[in-house]
Design a protein around this ligand. Structure first.
Ligand SMILES: *[C@@H]1O[C@H](CO)[C@@H](O)[C@H](O)[C@H]1NC(C)=O
Ligand SMILES: *[C@@H]1O[C@H](CO)[C@@H](O)[C@H](O)[C@H]1NC(C)=O
Ligand SMILES: *[C@@H]1O[C@H](CO)[C@@H](O)[C@H](O)[C@H]1NC(C)=O
Ligand SMILES: *[C@@H]1O[C@H](CO)[C@@H](O)[C@H](O)[C@H]1NC(C)=O
Ligand SMILES: *[C@@H]1O[C@H](CO)[C@@H](O)[C@H](O)[C@H]1NC(C)=O
Ligand SMILES: *[C@@H]1O[C@H](CO)[C@@H](O)[C@H](O)[C@H]1NC(C)=O
Length: 623
């Protein structure tokens, strides 16, 4: 038996879980649209799939240079090393650049599952993404991501860019993914003149207390603005090395916290709670600020972790499913074994998830551009600026196979300070309060989990930038409930995640120099009702999914606000993992506001077609 056949068999064993009576109690699952579900609506041309997102600040500019770095057909790539390409900055357009955008263009036709993919530059992840499930007529999509924060890598020569996208191609799964990657380099600064039409936006922002004054108190923040008579505001972006603007000025150095076994891709594959993976890192002694950026996605029996019942329910009912271990997961980071930060990830639903008919042609929030999570580790610098190797670890609490996790350590260096004095004043591990309750009688029952954690970290760093004290405060609030009714055939999952992060930087005199506040909320509700079908082994599933992501960021003199929600409902007839027929509708509303203006888009998709699409650059009356 060849290796790839063996791998394929293992894969089908893992993913094929016929809906026997005992497993109807544990949908949702992962499906494939193996038969064109909407024959009446057959598109003869390939169809574009989209993830709603806001325009990038550089979108109205013409790139100074466009560099295609890779074009590859990802066919039967499972178990094979990733695809790589050499990278050097374009000699025709050398740095500095004002911004850099990564553009991924992908297409596929045939039958195929959704697949996870990642792109790394010199082992540092720059994009986590997943694919759309193709149709016989073909699908294509585009992902554009601002990658300016990785500029310290992008300006280096002789690096390797790596793409991992494990796909299976055989008689059944025919979809090959055609992927092109291009980097767009911009030289001009994104300067946007806000017209008086945006007056409303300014008023709104002030009402929200988000933009207090357009003139920044401290020009070190990197943004300066001028205000004119008629409310026209010009925002200049200034790239300043000394900026304390946490999320806007790229780091001087990025150290990947990723797998060194390159043949498996640079991500760490985490299969259990105890599977903490780590990498030894020496931090340059002139580091004055550090931010850890974590990338994460969940697969296999944890793809729908938020809907997994406790093991006791599975055991008592003699169920064969591996989707258990309860519904609490927390991705955490450690330094030398001590906790430094954690996140309950946004529950991304890939395009084959729950009901694949929901995600055509509008994919679920984050499916094409999986969010990463930032942790300010500056308070911990006092523990690691000793020129010794320290272990940076990543793990997932309560995890079952499998999670793909890695991180980038962004470091800001003080030029001219050779050695820095630093002390971590308050870094003890915050306790997690978690309560679980579980009541069930055979297949019916309800399960609840509530968890809370407040982390506080404090440390000072004395460099040429001054003696700066960084306070990090992070609140996490999690609630999950799962209810089974009708002998386990009806399942209701409700989850709420709320987080609040504040990072404050103070001078030695106690003056506030910078402050970032981020609030996020991501509720999720999934209903799955499984009914017997006309034939044995065929089921009808009625499914409803509502989820959203709200985010508010305020940082000194600017702020950003995002509200993105999707509501999907429909039904499908399934046999094993194949969707035989069905009907589905998804409504999505996206609004975004930042220092440059507002953007909103409201779409509705029914049975694979976009039936309404309304986009506006004016600000909504309520945000
Ligand atoms: C509930 O489901 C189990 C297994 O799926 C089955 O054996 C049992 O007869 C069902 N009970 C009722 C009341 O339908
Ligand atoms: C990159 O590699 C080329 C060819 O091996 C070499 O000539 C060049 O000096 C290298 N550049 C850097 C910056 O290392
Ligand atoms: C599970 O299996 C055990 C042993 O075969 C049996 O005694 C028990 O009744 C089963 N429970 C259910 C709910 O089917
Ligand atoms: C830096 O500031 C902190 C807090 O104000 C102070 O405790 C510490 O002694 C200062 N460090 C140095 C080296 O001056
Ligand atoms: C799904 O949502 C629709 C509309 O909100 C509702 O009418 C329907 O009963 C829901 N389906 C289930 C299975 O709860
Ligand atoms: C689009 O939005 C505008 C303004 O909110 C509204 O007047 C219009 O009816 C909408 N169009 C559609 C097709 O929904």
């Amino acid at each position: 038996m060849s290796l790839s056949l063996l791998l394929l068999l293992t894969l089908s064993l893992l993913s094929t879980n016929p809906l026997s009576l005992s497993s109807t109690a544990n949908p949702p699952d992962r499906f494939i649209k193996s038969i064109p579900p909407h024959q009446s609506l057959r598109h003869s041309k390939p169809q574009e799939y989209i993830e709603l997102t806001h325009p990038l600040p550089s979108d109205h500019l013409i790139p100074s240079f466009s560099l295609q770095i890779l074009h590859h057909y990802f066919a039967d790539t499972i178990g094979r090393p990733p695809i790589s390409a050499p990278y050097s900055p374009p000699s025709a357009c050398p740095p500095p650049w004002s911004s850099v955008v990564l553009h991924l263009q992908a297409s596929s036709y045939g039958d195929q599952y959704d697949r996870i993919a990642a792109i790394w530059l010199a082992g540092a992840e720059i994009l986590r993404t997943s694919t759309a499930e193709p149709t016989p007529d073909g699908v294509f999509w585009n992902v554009r991501k601002d990658v300016t924060r990785y500029v310290s890598l992008l300006q280096r020569s002789n690096l390797t860019l790596t793409v991992m996208l494990e796909n299976v191609v055989n008689d059944v799964f025919t979809g090959v993914y055609d992927v092109r990657l291009t980097l767009l380099y911009y030289k001009s600064n994104p300067v946007r003149v806000l017209s008086s039409a945006d007056h409303h936006h300014n008023k709104l922002s002030r009402k929200l207390g988000l933009l207090k004054d357009y003139r920044c108190v401290d020009s070190k923040l990197g943004f300066e603005s001028e205000k004119f008579r008629d409310n026209t505001v010009i925002v200049h972006e200034e790239k300043q090395r000394n900026s304390l603007n946490l999320y806007e000025t790229p780091a001087d150095l990025i150290i990947p916290i990723s797998n060194v076994v390159e043949n498996e891709g640079f991500w760490f594959r985490i299969e259990s709670e105890s599977g903490v993976r780590s990498k030894g890192v020496k931090i340059p002694p002139n580091t004055y600020k550090a931010v850890l950026e974590i990338y994460v996605s969940f697969h296999g029996n944890d793809e729908f972790w938020y809907s997994n019942p406790p093991d006791s329910y599975i055991r008592m009912n003699n169920l064969t499913t591996g989707r258990g271990h309860g519904a609490y997961r927390e991705v955490f980071a450690t330094i030398d074994g001590s906790f430094v930060g954690s996140v309950i990830p946004f529950p991304i639903i890939f395009t084959g998830g729950i009901n694949p008919l929901f995600w055509e042609p509008v994919v679920a929030i984050g499916a094409f551009n999986v969010p990463s999570y930032d942790f300010d580790l500056t308070p911990f610098l006092g523990l690691v600026l000793d020129c010794k190797t320290h272990l940076f670890g990543l793990g997932v609490a309560d995890s079952i196979p499998f999670w793909l996790v890695d991180a980038n350590l962004h470091l800001w260096l003080s030029h001219g300070s050779s050695a820095i004095n630093a002390k971590s004043v308050h870094t003890h591990t915050p306790s997690l309060s978690i309560k679980r309750s579980s009541v069930f009688d055979q297949l019916d029952g309800s399960f609840e989990i509530r968890a809370k954690r407040t982390s506080r970290f404090l440390g000072w760093v004395k460099s040429n930038e001054g003696n700066l004290t960084t306070h990090v405060l992070h609140h996490l609030n999690f609630k999950n409930s799962i209810r089974f009714e009708r002998n386990g055939t009806y399942k209701l999952v409700r989850q709420k995640v709320k987080t609040k992060t504040e990072v404050k930087v103070e001078s030695e005199m106690g003056l506030l120099i910078g402050r970032v506040r981020i609030k996020r909320r991501y509720p999720l509700r999934v209903i799955t009702s499984t009914l017997p079908g006309s034939r044995s082994n065929v089921y009808k599933m009625v499914t409803n999914v509502s989820h959203s992501l709200t985010e508010k960021l305020s940082c000194g003199c600017f702020s950003r606000s995002l509200r993105n929600s999707q509501d999907s409902r429909g039904w499908m007839v399934v046999k094993d993992h194949d969707v035989l027929s069905g009907s589905a509708n998804t409504d999505q509303s996206f609004s975004y506001m930042d220092e440059f203006g507002c953007y909103s888009r409201v779409v509705s998709a029914t049975d694979g077609k976009l039936v309404s699409d309304n986009m506006t650059f004016s600000c909504p009356s309520s945000f």
